[in-house]
Design a protein around this ligand. Structure first.
Ligand code: NAD
Length: 352
């Protein structure tokens, strides 16, 4: 076997541990920021306000208007607040939607970001920003988008509802599965992907059984960091292309879409690269797709696209869009095979 790879590390600081929320002020000092604007969704506004209060004069305000898919009009409203307050950094408290807003501000201003993730989406460790305007999602990649500091405090995930924990966890696992066959993978990305999958393999069933299990929560968040890191490091393939198509054009919920599609896309690609996905088959038992599907079902994940409001008639168009300018994929794709894969996912069939 020849070894041939490029390995680049990210310049972020990663801080992990229960109670680390208390260190946000110290990190502001360390990165030389004095005027933080705290961001959140409307749902997490009270948490953002509490955080701003603990930061005292180092916080200049709270903007609690983050929503999914980073619509440009919301970013523009937030930018007005950045200018009015004279903020010199953003502190994003929440899931991928809040992180997305912070990244959109950083992309436009180069302001530093501290992110405190409360889901397993993984956006906090990627230099990628997805934005939507007039119903179209576009993606940009830039150094200014990568957050400078990420504070993982598992205590903040204790209240993440079980159903969202499961879909968010499967969303993260999809980053790791695709990293295993990424063309630009390297030995470290593959190690991180396997360790991330192992962390979720162990923790998701535990936190479904006992949502307040602090150790399981910490393990899942650790998995989220690993899976998010490989998402930011190597290229994604068919799975992410299909999920971007479904979310971007048909507005299906982000994490649920990933959760439903993962067993199907993994099964499809396992035909071409069984050796690269062998760790997944071993970890989840049986075939790659079947093992992942059984795991998702046991955790209570949604299994059928039809339950997300997608109509059967939409599948033709979805297959057409997903096969236009496709991402690099280990197995050749064509419209009929992707249409058939979508049909299976729509019906909620277990992959062989
Ligand atoms: P989200 O951020 O939209 O959160 C969903 C809801 O759950 C929100 O109302 C939020 O306030 C609430 N919530 C979050 N954490 C909570 C907690 N601990 N307790 C209670 N409620 C909580 O969902 P998400 O799946 O984390 O993020 C999805 C978005 O992230 C999408 O827009 C997606 O495109 C983006 N994303 C981007 C990247 C990237 O690298 N650019 C990666 C992954 C996801």
């Amino acid at each position: 076997m020849t070894r041939d790879f490029v390995y680049s590390t990210s310049p972020s600081h990663i801080v992990f541990g229960a109670g680390k929320l208390d260190t946000v002020g110290d990190w502001l000092d360390r990165i030389g920021c004095r005027r933080a604007l705290v961001l959140s969704t409307p749902h997490q506004k009270a948490d953002a306000e509490r955080l701003a209060e603990t930061l005292g004069s180092r916080a200049v305000g709270v903007f609690a208007g983050a929503v999914m898919h980073t619509p440009i009009d919301v970013t523009e409203t937030a930018m007005d607040v950045v200018h009015q307050t004279g903020a010199d950094c953003v502190v994003s408290l929440g899931g991928g939607s809040t992180t997305g807003l912070g990244k959109a501000i950083a992309y436009r201003t180069d302001l530093p970001q501290i992110v405190i993730p409360t889901t397993y989406a993984g956006s906090e460790v990627t230099p990628i920003l997805g934005q939507t305007e007039a119903g179209r999602k576009t993606t940009v990649r830039a150094a200014s988008i990568l957050p400078e500091v990420v504070i993982y405090d598992p205590a903040l995930t204790l209240g993440l509802p079980v159903a969202m924990s499961v879909t968010s966890g499967l969303n993260a696992m999809a980053h790791a599965v695709e990293a295993l066959y990424a063309e630009d993978r390297n030995p470290v990305s593959s190690l991180m992907a396997i360790e991330g999958l192992r962390a979720f393999r162990e923790s998701l069933p535990q936190l479904v059984a006992q949502p307040s299990d602090a150790e399981a929560r910490a393990e899942a968040l650790y998995g989220a960091w690993l899976c998010g890191t490989v998402l930011g490091t190597v290229g994604m393939a068919l799975h992410h292309k299909i999920c971007h198509t479904l979310g971007g054009t048909f507005d299906t919920p982000h994490a649920d879409t990933h959760a439903i599609m993962l067993p199907h896309t993994a099964a499809f690609n396992a035909v071409a690269v069984p050796e690269l996905l062998a760790p997944v088959a071993k970890m989840f038992g049986g075939s790659v797709g079947g093992g992942l599907w059984d795991f998702a079902r046991a955790a209570g994940a949604p299994l059928a696209l039809k339950d997300l409001g997608l109509s059967e008639a939409d599948l033709d168009r979805a297959a057409e869009i997903a096969t236009q300018s496709p991402y690099r994929n280990p197995r050749a794709i064509d419209r009929p095979s992707i249409r058939a894969l979508l049909q299976d996912a729509w019906e909620g069939r277990r992959p062989a």
